[in-house]
Design a protein around this ligand. Sequence first.
Ligand code: CA
Length: 230
Amino acid sequence: MTSILVVEDDDAIRVAVQRGLRERGFAVATAATGLAGLEHVLHEAPQVVLLDLGLPDVDGLTLISMIRAASQVPIIVITAQDDDPTMVKALDGGADDYVVKPFGTDQVAARIRAVLRRGGRESAPESIRVGELVVDERSRTATLAGQPLDLARKEFDVLLLLASRAGEVVTKRELLTEVWQQAYGGSDRTVDVHLSWLRRKLGESAAEPRYLVSVRGVGVRLVDPDAGGA
Ligand code: CA
């Protein structure tokens, strides 16, 4: 049985999430404070952590880095509103996904399954090569002309998705759905920010693209800049 830790100070939400996830077959422990949650992670090693960012004792972003210092457990952040800057910070700080209150238990359960699937090692493909860019899903590393790229988690996820569909236009909506699990809502801005970071690391810009070619109003595609036809 998959073990979940719910860190949430709001009694009603904590109890409802615990009950809902139990009904769906998860083993659910709870903590009402950040420090109690951290202690549980350290001692009980749950398989997924659901973490409310607004806690009474520890700032949520700080707690993420404290958990990350000790554990690679997938973290799904619970935010009060669709607060883009905080969400981006949480994701870049090591959170794997997030849900916005109010949310349904089915949605949370689906995201828990998704982060567990992504954490799984099964069916990892060969590395993908596009021009001088090589993206390796198994080791979660990428190189450009043999030089390792220093990519944040979501930057790598974006690059992997684009590489797996090289030559094809991938829409921002698809990126939000696949990388951020934002089937509904979510902001193009999130995608734009990550694309601009990726471009910088690939040594290119939106004005002078090489690998990441924007298709205005649609999305972006990854191309081999030396193959022509881009
Ligand atoms: Ca709260």
